[in-house]
Write a protein that binds this ligand. Structure first.
Ligand SMILES: Cc1ncc(COP(=O)(O)O)c(C=O)c1O
Length: 464
């Protein structure tokens, strides 16, 4: 397959015009696709970029993304003050490194690591990098064990549901591990213990349940999967570790479902990732990967960087990386504490459940999930009438709302769903406005005597 990068379509003009209000004498435009020969004044360059991005979607009306789009002014001030911090320069910025370590201990504690001081962790650019590191550690661990046993290290595999986020498909392809997808079904739209048991064997490096499936927000049953793997070990002697992809749920479950055992309370759970930039409430890009203890992370993956005259272990795909997001995570930990995180996530969940309830009451729709796990819910159309959820998504977009419609994963791809992600700052007031617009759009589609032209509501793959 030929890859096509950045084919956004060539603009009819090769020049970006400069508004005469801030152009210097003789300055009229800059080249659009070529590095300009000469520079502009800072305020002119600023204005051009500022004006151009005003055409991006309105972040508050973006119900498609999980990623934080608003932080309070003190956090924004900290962001500007710390934009120069490089996370890899532990020696130059020892306090930033110390704060990263504090965040790791706090997360290990939040997720019930047996001894948070013995847990190992790293900050990353997002969950994707954290998942890659989690997967790599398992692959290496499996290879080391197999070598010791004098067995083949060919054909490792990794098991997850067909509703897994695209990062795991990437991990499998980039790091040459066979992905084994357990198909989701309408009755059980998530990974199941039975499905896991059918897929695993002695070459399985790990099983990956997701806490907050991207399509629906549903928690996969981590505990039941671990129990099934305990029984599998008793029956076969094969010990298969579990990594929990808690990209969203890692910052929700500890506050909204504190009694749910999905984390290091389960001895089989060796590592967990989360996105600081999702329900961790930090601007992108920040993720975290935590291993329950040192034995879970093979030593040959760890590199040393200099730190305070000595050295410090690191594990990551990048070298240089911004440190500001880590400092903003720490800011949120101090600012909110457990109670604050609980209040923020609870407010989002109340909005999600209210909206889900209202949408369940609308004749054309049936809920797939109701926001009771993470504050995310999805619905489908009950019947195939003259219009589709793609048409509805298009009409909502005309009012500024970004609400994606997309097909479910393989084995259920005939079902198209629509999903709403409720995040901090999506208030109940905004939810009422959203509902009014949704009802108006549905009404318009029900009354239309012909469908919207196909090119307008073209189906696109969606990976949020
Ligand atoms: C379950 C899951 N895993 C991984 C990711 C990738 O996360 P990130 O965007 O932080 O790289 C996502 C993003 O939506 C997700 O939902």
């Amino acid at each position: 397959m030929t890859k096509r990068f950045h084919q956004a379509g060539r603009h009819p003009s090769d020049e970006v015009r400069i508004n005469p209000l801030f152009a210097r004498h003789g300055e009229a435009s800059v080249p659009r696709y070529r590095l300009p020969d000469e520079g502009l004044l800072p305020e002119t360059a600023y204005q051009i970029v500022h004006d151009e991005i005003a055409l991006d979607g309105n972040a508050r009306l973006n119900l498609a993304t999980f990623v934080t789009t608003w932080m309070e002014p003190e956090a924004a001030r900290l962001y500007v003050e710390t934009a120069d911090k490089n996370m890899i320069d532990k020696d130059e910025y020892p306090q930033t490194a110390a704060i990263e370590d504090r965040c790791i201990r706090m997360l290990a504690d939040l997720w019930h690591a047996p001894d948070p001081h013995q847990a190992v962790g790293v900050s990353t650019t997002g969950s994707s990098e954290a998942c890659m590191l989690g997967g790599l550690a398992f692959k290496r661990r499996w290879q080391n064990q197999r070598r010791q046993q004098g067995k083949s290290i060919e054909h490792p595999n990794i098991v997850f549901s067909s509703a897994v986020q695209v990062v795991w498909e990437k991990f499998a392809r980039y790091f040459e591990v066979e992905p084994r997808y357990v198909d989701v079904t309408p009755e059980r739209p998530h990974l199941t213990p039975e499905g896991v048991l059918e897929a695993v064997d002695e070459n399985t490096i790990a099983v990956v349940p997701v806490l907050g499936v991207t399509y629906t927000g549903i928690y996969e049953p981590v505990r039941d999967i671990c129990l099934a793997l305990d029984q599998y070990q008793r029956d076969t002697g094969i010990d298969i570790p579990v990594h929990v992809d808690a990209a969203s749920g890692g910052f929700v479950a500890p506050f909204l479902q504190p009694d749910l055992a999905w984390d290091f309370r389960l001895p089989r759970v060796q590592s967990i990732n989360t996105s600081g930039h999702k329900y961790g409430l930090v601007y992108p890009g920040l993720g975290w990967a935590i291993w329950r203890d040192r034995s879970a992370l093979p030593e040959d993956l760890v590199f040393e960087v200099s730190y305070l005259g000595g050295s410090m272990p690191t594990f990551g795909l990048n070298f240089s990386r911004p440190g500001a997001q880590v400092l903003m995570q720490y800011y949120n930990f101090l600012r909110l504490g457990r109670e604050g995180y609980y209040q923020v996530q609870k407010a989002s969940q109340e909005v999600a459940r209210h909206l889900a309830g209202e949408i369940a009451g609308m004749a054309p729709f049936e809920l797939i999930s109701d926001g009771s796990d993470i504050p995310v819910f999805a619905w489908k159309k009950r019947e195939d009438t003259g219009w589709t959820l793609h048409d509805l998504s298009h009409l909502m977009r005309e009012r500024g709302w970004q609400v994606p419609a997309y097909p479910l994963p393989s084995a259920m791809e005939d079902v198209t769903i629509m999903r709403v992600v409720v995040r901090n700052s999506f208030s109940m007031d905004l939810a009422h406005l959203f509902l009014e617009d949704l009802k108006r759009a549905v009404d318009q589609l029900e009354r239309a005597d012909q469908p919207l032209p196909a090119h307008i509501t073209e189906k696109r793959p969606f990976h949020h």
